[in-house]
Design a protein. Structure first.
Length: 493
């Protein structure tokens, strides 16, 4: 009986946990509940993904109101993949958060942080699973509002500025999205995504649809930090509590990319977006600028969190590049990079949380000789950095390989060369860490061994292990991405 309601429970479980945390107001209880909720979310996501791969798309009408009259939760090969990513990252970040949050956030605010964490998780899962355009906006706001608070809870006063910047730009993005949805509703008379697909094919007056496309593109472009709409991201990742930075880097922008993928390839359709409009060329141009410029900016950062934050802008560029290729290998690479980069960047920010705990910050000068003092943390950062570069045998290599194949299939050899060459810039900023950690002596008077606590190191290393495992066994990372790409190119059925 419960199995039939798993799509609803995917969202309801974290949503109901949040007010319970506020009622109890105990940090320890809130952490335990947040951890349990994260594990339950992962279990539900995996169960739904297995059902989808075995039996096809799952449709769950809320309140037994049949779609399109009622709100529908809809799970297919695309969002099942995203749900697993969100659940996996949350289930690893939650256990890590106990010591990290205790060191970075005042004790009387712990329950508030885990409350916002649960709301953010509910919002992200809801965005991925809903089949209703306005319901997606509601979950977008739940995730965004909770994220603003989570960032503001950072111990550095600049976290407040970072949260405010994100609030302003995030509100603009949400406004653009809801205006686009309003135009689609006026044009089609429905908010159900599957029904909207059918009705849009019958629309004769195309100008409102094009306007809706423009509004949705800008709105979600702000949310996913599409270059040059990325200005909120570096400060948000750098000044948020370490556990929250890892969660956001691994999931928040990825869910926004999923939404844009859904609208481009299933709602509006590739024929409108990429054949009647020059969106492929625009996406490729912006992606190339993101990969090159953001990577170069990362090289010159003095703080490791900001360095890898700018790296995230570049890595998002690889994902949008795959979207712009508009073929199966390119789209497979884009979807696979959602997962692979999520694991990689999550691992890096978790490890940097241990560095911040022991050294009091993540400035590049502080990590001199770090390999002698925190050998496991340093080696983990190197392995995750290799995945970021796209070294063979790592998860990052798999998605970049598909992108190269997609570029060659499209006849854009220069793009294939750029994808390979741009990895050299990633080598440059990863090497900066290697040089400081392995080739410089520790500062005078520094402690010999100050490795991060096991409760923080183990979750981080689980993600590091994932960076290697999914570079060797690609049955889920690439196989699931290929199934998602086929579903996107085939439309919403």
């Amino acid at each position: 009986m419960i199995g039939a309601h798993l799509p609803a429970l995917q969202v309801v479980v974290p949503l109901l946990a949040a007010p319970l945390m506020v009622l109890v107001r105990r940090g320890g209880f809130a952490w335990l509940l947040a951890t349990a909720v994260s594990w339950v979310s992962l279990a539900i996501a995996i169960t739904l993904a297995l059902r989808v791969y075995e039996s096809g798309t799952i449709s769950y009408p809320i309140g037994n109101w049949p779609p399109p009259w009622g709100i529908e939760y809809r799970v297919d090969a695309v969002n099942a993949y995203v749900l697993v990513l969100i659940g996996l990252v949350a289930s690893i970040v939650a256990p890590y958060a106990r010591l990290s949050v205790a060191a970075e956030v005042p004790r009387d605010q712990h329950y508030l942080l885990y409350t916002m964490y649960s709301l953010c998780l509910a919002g992200l899962l809801g965005m991925a699973i809903t089949g209703d355009a306005f319901n997606l906006f509601v979950f977008l706001e739940i995730a965004s509002l909770s994220t603003y608070v989570l960032i503001a809870l950072g111990r550095n006063r600049r976290a407040l500025l970072a949260a405010y910047q994100y609030l302003v730009l995030g509100t603009i993005g949400a406004t653009f999205y809801v205006v686009g949805v309003g135009l689609l509703y006026l044009t089609t008379g429905t908010l159900n995504l599957a029904d909207m697909v059918v009705r849009l094919r019958e629309v004769q007056e195309i100008r409102p649809v094009l306007a809706a496309l423009a509004f949705v593109t800008v709105g979600m472009g702000l949310k996913l930090a599409l270059f040059p709409l990325h200005f909120w991201l570096p400060n948000a990742y750098a000044f948020a509590p370490s556990a929250i930075a890892a969660l956001l880097a691994a999931t928040a922008t990825k869910v926004a990319i999923y939404v844009l993928l859904r609208f481009y390839f299933t709602i509006f359709g590739p024929s409108l977006v990429f054949e009647r409009l020059p969106m492929a060329e625009i996406l490729i141009a912006l992606s190339v600028a993101a990969v090159v410029i953001a990577s170069l900016v990362a090289v010159f950062q003095r703080d490791l969190k900001r360095m890898f934050a700018y790296s995230s802008v570049a890595q998002i560029g690889y994902i949008t590049l795959g979207m712009g290729l508009v073929n199966e290998p390119g789209l497979t690479g884009a979807v696979a990079h959602l997962f692979n980069h999520g694991l990689t960047k999550g691992a890096l920010f978790l490890l940097l949380g241990g560095v911040a705990l022991r050294l009091g910050g993540t400035n590049i000068d502080r990590v001199a000789g770090l390999a002698r003092r925190m050998p496991l943390t340093s080696f983990g950062i190197v392995l995750a950095g290799l995945s970021l570069i796209g070294t063979p045998g790592s998860a990052g290599f798999i998605s970049k390989w598909y992108l190269v194949v997609g570029a060659v299939e499209r006849g854009n050899w220069w793009l294939a060369i750029l994808i390979v060459a741009s990895s050299l810039i990633a080598v440059a900023y990863v090497w900066r860490f290697v040089e400081m950690a392995y080739l410089r002596a520790p500062q005078a008077g520094a402690a010999e061994r100050i490795e991060a606590p096991a409760a923080m190191l183990l979750p981080a290393w689980i993600m590091v292990a994932g960076c290697i495992y999914f570079g060797l066994d690609t049955s889920f990372s690439a196989g699931g991405a290929r199934a998602a790409a086929e579903a996107l190119l085939g439309g919403l059925r």
